[in-house]
Write a new protein. Structure first.
Length: 139
């Protein structure tokens, strides 16, 4: 393993421990700087949201626009990638339907307090719990 790999895995594990302590089922990271801090992946979100979803007990998930999939492939930590379509999406394939489905059946989903209001508004069935885990506890 490399130093980068060790550091990224340590940061994600710290986040997972906090999720377990706070009994959160998952944490949605949307802030560009926080995603970079946890993954070392740099991107420009433009108009489409990127999500890094951290679970307390399984590998993270990057949920990104289909057009950006090739830009986020890295091999220094273990994570899943799921893509979504935007303007041309079929029913069930846009970002808010995919996010809602990912959190279906889970209680208490943490999300950064500076996340776009559109995210929580377009996924109203998710039990969003605003919390600044990365800025306050993981770093």
């Amino acid at each position: 393993m490399s130093i980068l790999s060790d550091e990224i895995n340590n940061r994600i594990q710290n986040c997972q421990r906090f999720l377990q302590e706070k009994e959160l089922s998952a944490y949605a990271v949307t802030d560009v700087e926080d995603i970079w801090y946890l993954t070392n992946i740099d991107y420009s979100p433009e108009q489409r949201p990127f999500f890094l979803i951290i679970y307390p007990d399984k590998k993270p998930l990057m949920l990104v626009p289909k057009l950006e999939e090739s830009h986020i492939n890295v091999d220094y930590f273990d994570y899943d990638i799921q893509t979504y379509f935007d303007v041309t999406s079929e029913v069930g394939q846009n970002w808010y339907e995919v996010v809602t489905k990912k959190f279906d059946g889970l209680d208490k989903i943490g999300i950064e307090s500076n996340a776009l209001l559109e995210i929580t508004a377009k996924a109203p069935t998710v039990d969003w719990q605003p919390n600044d885990i990365i800025k306050s506890y993981v770093k």
